[in-house]
Design a protein around this ligand. Structure first.
Ligand SMILES: Cc1cc2nc3c(=O)[nH]c(=O)nc-3n(C[C@H](O)[C@H](O)[C@H](O)COP(=O)(O)OP(=O)(O)OC[C@H]3O[C@@H](n4cnc5c(N)ncnc54)[C@H](O)[C@@H]3O)c2cc1C
Length: 557
């Protein structure tokens, strides 16, 4: 499948560097509009910021305070497009803001914000907001701290529980439309001739070989490498960029099991200690709590939540939901990422714009390079559209109509589609209805392709681990149909298994056995993967304090 040496024979119209959500959306749009496209991702698809986000498809209520009305409007429009084109992956999420008399925003101010949010989403399919009295709030959220409570605001946003798969489905659609999409393909060198990028040298992360990507006179190169944008710009011998473009901020999350007083729907809370907003979000039977927001200029490749961030999120959750009494022991998983925000000297992290800029490097040394500065998960389709429009303009060609407004993602299906009931009837004896619902929530219409593996090998209907709804067929499907190459790809990004129990360590023998039996992986390959899996969890997800405690549950290497 990865015939890399041949890439030099086929110059591309558009080269996308970075396979996060924005690169994926750009490659998809470009291929659909007929450009010969290649996407190069150094890690796995969605392996960067995209897999470390809060997974909200939101307008960004907070941006109203900075008068970024166009950004809110654009995001709310994109929220609607996603709910329509990917209903299996983007779902409505009810959000409640408890309002306290001691808070920095009064009941009335929040009400004004809510009205504006509704006005800016006038064409939405979701309900408008409602304001709740103190009494009503107490009735609906008994566990919320009542001290100084003035009431609440309730509204809707969207949630992509599997943000990684949203990215993957863009990649798969790009591939179907003819794009070459490569994970584990790192751009190491950018070649410039007469201020044009005329080729790239890349390294295949699976074989360690290098390969070349060829260009022609009209090739446009798009740099969607998120927080790595400046690093990628630095890969050419002559400068292609002037000054720092990205000024990232670090955001961390914790995942906990359901706890006493945990709400049925999401809470958007102002932290008591510093007034920062954070979310407590029901997520796949657990709770995703975050995020922090701190200036970050450290190494980008392996980032993890530190003890102070974990303690802050625990303390603030306990402050609003005191019955929870959450401690470090309750934390099942942590993750952190760097927001690729525009560099803004001296600004407070929370006040830096979340808007995106397409930065054309023509005047800086590369006439066919455009970089993305900023951008949200929510607005990826719009970013893709803008990049492809810009690419056509750069090529001096008329811009064809963008197809992604209305084109569903590959797994798009509504749960009330009659086909869903038929599939459920067909597979119910083998799989519980809970399992089928779980699979439909991950794969949507592609569930049928997944279950074809079960038809051929019924033993693949077994769960990956005790108490998990994920089944062994997902391991094979990830490798055969979704370009997964490692245990981390399978357990962290094609599925969410690692975030459900003991960092996924318990299920590693099962994964190895399935891969040996069904995908021809050798014993040595599986052992190597188990080691790198442990390394990944220790470097990115298990807090240092937990590693130091040498908890017996982590001793499974
Ligand atoms: C804590 C946190 C919470 C967030 N929550 C939300 C939210 O709830 N809703 C929302 O809309 N947005 C949210 N965001 C923002 C959103 O996640 C990001 O803006 C978005 O995912 C960025 O996507 P991207 O594709 O631009 O970058 P990335 O996902 O970082 O992708 C860039 C890719 O480029 C690759 N790359 C780097 N160098 C090279 C190279 N040399 N060769 C090849 N590939 C390379 C990287 O490996 C990476 O995969 C959040 C961000 C953070 C950090």
């Amino acid at each position: 499948m990865r015939n890399l040496p041949t890439l030099t024979d086929q110059p591309f119209d558009l080269i996308v560097i970075g396979g996060g959500i924005n690169g994926a959306a750009t490659a998809r749009d470009a291929a659909l509009r007929g450009l010969r496209t290649i996407l190069l991702e150094k890690n796995d698809f969605a392996g960067g910021t995209t897999s470390w986000s809060s997974r909200l498809i939101h307008g960004g209520l907070r941006y109203l305070e900075y008068f970024e009305f166009h950004l809110v409007r654009e995001s709310l429009h994109e929220r609607e497009v996603l709910l329509r084109n990917a209903p299996h992956l983007a779902k409505p999420l009810q959000m409640t803001i408890p309002i306290y008399r001691s808070g920095s925003r009064s009941f009335r101010i929040i009400q004004v914000g809510m009205v504006l949010y509704d006005v800016l989403s006038y064409d939405k399919s979701l309900p408008n907001h409602r304001m709740l009295s103190r009494q009503k709030t107490r009735q609906l959220f008994r566990a919320v701290d009542a001290d100084g409570l003035a009431g609440a605001a309730q509204y809707y946003d969207g949630q992509a529980e599997h943000a990684e798969r949203l990215c993957l489905e863009n990649i798969l659609d790009a591939q179907t439309a003819g794009a070459t999409v490569l994970n584990y393909a790192k751009v190491e060198d950018i070649h410039l001739t007469n201020q044009r990028i005329t080729g790239l040298t890349c390294r295949d992360g699976l074989t360690n070989d290098t390969f070349e990507v060829a260009t022609h006179d009209q090739t446009v190169v798009v740099n969607t490498s998120g927080p790595w944008v400046d690093e990628v710009c630095g890969l050419s011998e002559s400068p292609v960029s002037r000054g720092q473009k990205i000024g990232g901020t670090k955001g961390s999350h914790i995942i906990v099991d359901a706890f006493p007083g945990a709400p049925d729907s999401a809470l958007y809370v102002e932290a008591k200690s510093d007034g920062r907003p954070f979310f407590i979000i029901p997520w796949l039977g657990q709770y995703l709590i975050g995020t922090t927001d701190e200036r970050y200029d450290g190494a980008l490749d392996n980032i993890k939540a530190d003890a102070a961030e974990v303690d802050y999120l625990l303390a603030e959750t306990n402050a609003v939901l005191p019955a929870g009494r959450l401690t470090r022991e309750d934390v099942r998983f942590t993750y952190a990422g760097v927001r690729p925000l525009p560099y803004a000297e001296g600004k407070k992290a929370g006040s830096i714009s979340r808007d995106h800029i397409l930065h054309d490097h023509s005047k800086e040394g590369a006439t066919n390079l455009i970089s993305l500065i900023g951008g949200k998960l929510t607005t990826h389709r719009q970013v893709g559209e803008e990049f492809v429009n810009a690419a056509f303009r750069k090529r001096g060609e008329a811009v064809p109509a963008c197809p992604t407004h209305t084109r569903p993602l590959p797994g798009a299906i509504l749960l009330d589609d009659p086909r869903v009931a038929q599939w459920c009837d067909r597979y119910t004896p083998l799989l519980s209805s809970q399992t089928l619902d779980h699979l439909l929530g991950i794969y949507g219409a592609r569930t049928l392709d997944l279950l074809a593996l079960v038809d051929a090998s019924p033993e693949l209907a077994q769960p990956i681990g005790e108490g998990l709804l994920d089944i062994q067929a997902q391991i094979v499907f990830a490798v055969r149909h979704e370009m997964a190459h490692t245990f981390v790809d399978i357990l962290r990004r094609r599925t969410t298994v690692c975030m459900h129990r003991n960092y996924g360590f318990d299920v590693l023998p099962v994964v190895a056995q399935v891969l040996r039996e069904h995908c021809g992986w050798s014993e040595e390959m599986c052992d190597r993967n188990i080691r790198t899996y442990h390394q990944f969890m220790e470097t990115n997800c298990i807090p240092d304090y937990a590693l130091k405690q040498e908890s017996p549950s982590l001793q499974t290497a």
